[in-house]
Design a protein around this ligand. Structure first.
Ligand SMILES: Nc1ncnc2c1ncn2[C@@H]1O[C@H](COP(=O)(O)OP(=O)(O)OP(=O)(O)O)[C@@H](O)[C@H]1O
Length: 312
């Protein structure tokens, strides 16, 4: 029997004043999946996550999270979800151990001391358990935050831009941990602005202005976005890039190592442009299977603050 989805909601809607921040959002997240949540700043990702874990009451919409009704069983959901907020939300003037112990107390964990000690060991921080959280680097703070949101063994992790501002090595370590958790059956919904994180997800959903625009298995996203990509190799790529900008069919030019990937959604117009450049000689051109990287760059290229016009 296939397991029921861990999140299954429809029509989730939230307004703040007269601003429609999340507009009839649907999502179905299978058990054990890593689901990437992408979108420009201010597109409603945090608001959606907060509705899913019972911290915000939706104005409309229905469904379940971990088998509990999102509208009427928020208390149950909160107990069983691990939510890592965008901003470090632990106590900077408590030590690492004290922070974990505090969170473990809140969840009423049995064998609290043992659990905290295990979490410290898993975190690689057992030697520095007495260090104040406020003195940790960004990467270690993020690991501490992850350990805190795992202390009650949640079956669902909601991670809101968990690696913003941490270095690539810490990000890789973090993702190794996320993949390990996913293999044990933990389900993960993670919002991100990073391509190297998006490519690690099994599914991706993309929202803008509170509306879902794209949703599907990560491998299907390039086809859904509908990009055609041509690859140019050879000398003088910087000059080529400048010359290509704004040409018919060229929506995006991205440098990948020593090649240029030129993409657009109008395959015909793009090919006409590419053939014209090819005829001039200089670079070798080949059609490149559409990849998630190009699709991600394309989606995020329009990523300005969605509601910035309202702030004026
Ligand atoms: N409590 C609130 N009261 C009023 N407006 C809010 C509130 N919370 C969020 N907003 C607004 O709702 C919109 C969506 O915000 P949200 O934080 O959900 O977006 P986001 O996609 O998570 O953004 P980011 O990627 O920058 O974290 C923004 O315009 C934000 O200013």
């Amino acid at each position: 029997m296939s397991a029921a989805p861990v999140i299954d909601v429809r029509g989730m809607t939230k307004r703040f004043g007269d601003k429609l921040v999340v507009d009839a959002f649907d999502i179905t997240v299978p058990r054990g999946a890593i689901y990437g949540f992408l979108g420009p700043n201010g597109s409603g990702k945090t608001t959606t996550i907060r509705m899913l874990c019972g911290l915000l009451v939706p104005d409309a919409g229905e469904g379940s999270c971990l088998g509990f009704d999102v509208r009427h069983q928020a208390g149950e959901i909160k107990k069983q979800v691990g939510y890592m907020t965008q901003k470090f939300s632990l106590y900077e003037d408590l030590s690492i151990r004290e922070n974990l112990d505090f969170v473990a107390r809140m969840y009423g964990i049995k064998n609290r001391k043992v659990r905290v000690t295990t979490a410290l060991e898993d975190l690689g921080l057992a030697d520095r358990a007495g260090q104040l959280a406020g003195t940790l680097s960004g990467g270690w703070k993020q690991r501490l935050a992850l350990a805190a949101c795992l202390i009650h063994d949640p079956k669902l992790l909601l991670l809101d831009e968990p690696t913003a501002g941490v270095d690539p090595k810490a990000r890789r370590d973090f993702w190794d941990e996320i993949r390990r958790l996913s293999k044990t059956g933990v389900t993960v919904l993670v919002s991100t602005h990073y391509m190297d994180e998006a490519v690690q997800c099994d599914f991706i959903t993309y929202i803008a202005y509170g509306k879902k625009l794209i949703d599907g298995p990560a491998g299907d996203i390039p086809a859904i976005v509908g990009l055609t990509t041509w690859r140019a190799e050879g000398p003088e790529l910087a000059a080529l890039e400048t010359a290509l900008a704004g040409q018919p069919g060229v929506a995006q030019i991205a440098r990948f190592g020593s090649t240029l990937h030129v993409s657009g959604t109008d395959a015909q117009a793009l090919e006409t442009t590419v053939r014209a450049f090819e005829a001039k000689g200089g670079q070798r051109w080949s059609l490149q299977p559409a990849g998630l990287e190009e699709a991600f760059i394309y989606l995020m290229a329009g990523a300005q603050d969605n509601f910035s016009r309202d702030a004026a």
